[in-house]
Design a protein around this ligand. Structure first.
Ligand code: HEM
Length: 549
């Protein structure tokens, strides 16, 4: 009798055929993308299999980006294992990509490099697709939390947090060495605690207390996330660092779940709750359903993370630049004194900093802009994916499915985009109108007909109207991102940062310790998701008392 069992070689053949059939579409798109991208320059491969993953799995990725741009130009390609990426740094081309995002031709990538939380990964307003109804719902529904009227209301709280920190630093005594990276984190942590969730995290109450340092959990999370975005295979490594990061992410998830449950226990989403969580809890979709718990945890997480890390490090970098540049510090002191805000012998108890002061201190504004240009905390490229083939005005075609890395760091400092002495801290450059823009005298494309680009087009290509984007001013200063997915919380940052800087400078003379003053900024910084001080920014703090000359 004939056996019905399939023999081993046939079983293997079937298995291989199934696998090939399953992977054929990916294989075809890989080969197609490789063919279409072959003329775009690429840095030397680190490994045949890994491609450029090792170079991207570092905490100095912005420097690799800078080197690649210097050596290869403003568009180059990378390969991470079997996936192609195109890095774009030219502001005109970046603007085109973000215009394409509006047209639905560019999206957020599918993958979440390092999801936080228990169970199945879930998106949030930062990671979700622009085409997702939930992204629209959350973006629209939380935007009112950042309106000026709300910011004005929360400003007193910011002042109270900074006052507590000022008192904490003063209590250490004149000439104490204080780490302003830590102070910045405490400040932004307590601000997002209240503005975000109506909760006092108490980080500004005792500046020596390290136990309530929940922000260390966020930093730990970010470090792993940035390494995984460079090398997604890290999730399969069982190294000590990876295991520790995963444990850290679990603790963060526990804390977030508690926070959501806490906020839900309060009268959920009552109309007078102006916090971000109040807005999130009030959200209802078209069918009247609230956000599910899992999604809420992710939304709390992103507002918690985006709302603290970024602002805290910007405060630290700005104070660093001021301490490093005595002339700029003196000009700011004069401006604050003129406004009646600086502690001086003739004004030992100056008036409190108010919400209205924010728009009335032009030099302070220039200092902050210059600090955000040089040390943009969001220095990692913003990643997108081409939904369909995308043709840029310089002739570059980015095939569908390819990851686009839109550079953030280099475009805000490189001289090729008109930044005179781009690596120097020069707040005065912002006196010039339209410094945010690069003025292009001619279209970037070699030639264009009726505003459309020449060249071959498949039906799926998205043509960019070169004249509409390149003959005008092009934004080259985008620390808060641009277009549809720009920073949702920037009004909070724009209110918080000047308040904190003005109040710290009004109360203290700040001098970098010799050790930190002697380090170059390259030695001080690290890109752990945000561009931050690696081992703190240490300053000798002398309270400005009425006895000073
Ligand atoms: C110095 C402070 C800050 C900087 C430099 C900054 C920077 C950015 C950048 C560059 C993006 C765009 C990301 C992309 O296009 O992929 C972004 C998005 C976002 N930011 Fe901020 N941010 C800051 C503060 C804040 C604050 C205080 C909050 C909230 C409390 C916040 C919440 C968000 C959210 C929710 C998004 C996602 C928006 C979306 O995709 O629709 N950020 N931020």
């Amino acid at each position: 009798m004939e056996s019905s069992a399939v023999d081993l070689p046939s079983a293997l053949l079937i298995l291989v055929s199934v696998l090939v059939a399953l992977y054929i579409p990916s294989l075809i798109s890989y080969v197609r993308a490789w063919y279409m991208l072959r003329r775009i320059p690429a840095p030397p491969l680190d490994g045949v299999l890994s491609g450029h993953a090792p170079s991207l799995t570092t905490l100095k990725r912005h420097k690799y980006e800078q080197q690649c741009i210097e050596g290869l130009g403003t568009v180059y390609r990378l390969r991470v294992y079997h996936k192609h990426r195109v890095v774009v740094a030219d502001p005109t081309l970046l603007q085109e990509i973000f215009a394409a995002e509006r047209a639905g031709a560019v999206e957020k990538p599918d993958e979440l490099p390092f999801p936080v939380g228990h169970g199945k990964p879930e998106y949030n307003v930062f990671s979700d697709k622009t085409s997702s109804p939930l992204w629209k719902l959350v973006r629209k529904g939380t935007a009112p939390a950042f309106q000026a009227v709300n910011m004005r209301q929360f400003h007193n709280h910011v002042v109270a947090v900074v006052n507590r920190l000022v008192e904490g630093v003063k209590a250490k005594g004149s000439g104490a060495v204080v780490d302003f990276a830590d102070i910045g984190q405490r400040e932004s942590f307590d601000v997002i605690g209240m503005v975000g969730f109506g909760k006092d995290f108490r980080a500004s109450r005792n500046i020596d207390d390290k136990t309530s340092n929940t922000f260390a959990l966020l930093t730990g999370f970010l470090q792993e996330a940035v390494l995984r975005s460079g090398n997604p295979m890290r999730k399969y490594w069982r190294s000590k660092a990876v295991i520790a990061a995963e444990k850290n992410a679990q603790r963060l998830a526990d804390l977030l779940e508690e926070l959501v449950a806490d906020c839900q226990k309060r009268e959920p989403g009552a109309g007078d709750d102006k916090s971000i969580s109040g807005h999130l809890l009030r959200l209802r979709d078209g069918a009247g359903r609230p956000l599910q718990f899992r999604r809420l945890v992710q939304e709390f997480f992103i507002f918690f993370l985006a709302g603290s890390e970024t602002t805290g490090h910007t405060i630290a970098w700005t104070l660093y630049f001021l301490a490093k540049n005595p002339q700029a510090m003196a000009k700011l002191e004069a401006e604050l004194a003129e406004a009646g805000l600086l502690v001086t012998p003739t004004n030992p108890t100056p008036r409190a900093f108010t919400f209205a002061d924010i728009g009335k201190l032009p030099y302070l504004d220039r200092v902050i802009k210059e600090s955000m240009r040089l040390q943009p905390v969001a220095a990692s490229p913003l990643t997108r994916v081409a939904v369909r083939d995308l043709r840029l005005s310089d002739g570059t075609v980015i095939p569908a499915g390819v990851i686009i890395e839109t550079a953030q760091y280099t475009p805000m400092r490189d001289e090729r985009w008109g930044w005179h002495r781009g690596s120097d801290f020069l707040p005065e450059r912002w006196e010039e109108a339209d410094m945010e823009y690069q003025v292009r005298s001619a279209p970037a494309a070699a030639s264009s007909q009726n505003g459309k680009l020449h060249g071959q087009n498949s039906d799926d290509d998205l043509e960019i109207d070169a004249q509409s984007v390149s003959e005008h001013k092009v934004r080259r200063f985008n620390p808060f991102g641009q277009a549809l997915r720009n920073c949702l919380g920037q009004q909070l940052a724009r209110m918080n940062i000047p308040t904190a800087i003005a109040m710290f400078v009004s109360n203290f003379k700040l001098e970098l310790t010799l050790e930190d003053a002697n380090k170059s900024i390259d030695e001080l910084e690290i890109l752990k998701g945000t561009l931050q001080p690696d081992n703190g920014i240490h300053m000798i703090c002398t309270p400005r008392t009425c006895n000073e000359e």
